[in-house]
Design a protein around this ligand. Structure first.
Ligand code: MF3
Ligand code: CO
Ligand code: CO
Length: 251
């Protein structure tokens, strides 16, 4: 059951390398997230940086037919926003940029929120709570805990702050494949008693809505929005389980 989920040392070395590349992309793009830029332009900058500077490949491009190199999700877009050249970012927008890179056949996946100009109080608070929910979850990751403890920590904290956790999407094992087992739910499910083991690699990527947790899918077949049009935020890291805890590979 655990066979392919526990990475060998040679694989971990590659995961660390690609993890660093993903964090470089998110750092590089931050200065470009300003009013009047389009998400299409941000995507092109990431695409060119990944290919020409990092000599790697953007895993989203062509993945199940996804047309761009990154997912960029603005305000009420929960995830899988398709970058485009039409809509310009404006002051007060909150923007998630989700980057997955392949290098030497291994994947790393991370995303974070950016503020365009000056954030609203709600936007800032939502992003703070979402980031903290991920940090709290990462803190408890170590060998031999039940996987459902991750979702428990996230859901408990988010709901205490009167926000809601999206239940339709989850974190995932990652390595040679973009999405591998196990699934990492961001809410508590009692039966989910899979045990974490040293050298497993997976993502944690909570999506948090300011209103209800319900979502709706758009006609483009990708974009997911909040059903009530409330703001949504997400942070994601790729994690390696170590002997005593875990290491963030996309920091
Ligand atoms: N990066 C997303 C995740 O966190 C997946 C995006 S799939 C795509 O798992 F096709 F939309 F790019
Ligand atoms: Co992911
Ligand atoms: Co991602």
């Amino acid at each position: 059951m655990y066979k392919n989920l526990i990475k060998k040392n040679t694989e971990i070395k590659k995961m660390k390398k690609v993890g660093k590349i993903v964090s470089n992309v998110l750092k590089m793009i931050s200065e470009y997230v300003v009013p009047n830029i389009t998400t299409g332009e941000l995507d092109r900058i990431c695409h060119d940086y990944i290919i020409y500077e990092e000599k790697s490949f953007p895993a989203c491009l062509g993945y199940n037919g996804f047309p761009k190199s990154t997912c960029i999700s603005v305000n009420d877009v929960v995830c899988h926003g398709i970058p485009n050249d039409k809509k310009k970012l404006k002051d007060g927008d909150i923007v998630n940029i989700d980057v997955t890179v392949i290098k030497n056949s291994y994947h790393a996946d991370a995303s974070k929120m950016f503020f365009v100009g000056k954030p609203t109080i709600l936007g800032k608070r939502l992003c703070y709570v979402t980031k903290k929910s991920l940090d709290l979850a990462i803190e408890i990751v170590k060998p031999n805990i039940y996987i459902n403890q991750i979702g428990k920590v996230i859901q408990t904290y988010v709901e205490k702050k009167d926000f809601s956790i999206v239940k339709d999407y989850c974190g995932h094992g990652i390595g040679r494949n973009f999405h591998e087992n196990p699934q990492i739910l961001h809410y508590y499910k009692k039966e989910n008693k899979f045990l974490l083991k040293e050298n497993m690699t997976f993502t944690i990527e909570p999506m948090v809505n300011a209103g209800s947790h319900h979502i709706k899918s758009m006609q483009d077949g990708w974009t997911i929005k909040t059903k009530d049009r409330s703001l949504s935020a997400q942070y994601e890291h790729t994690i390696l389980v170590t002997k005593k805890g875990c290491e963030i590979l996309t920091l």
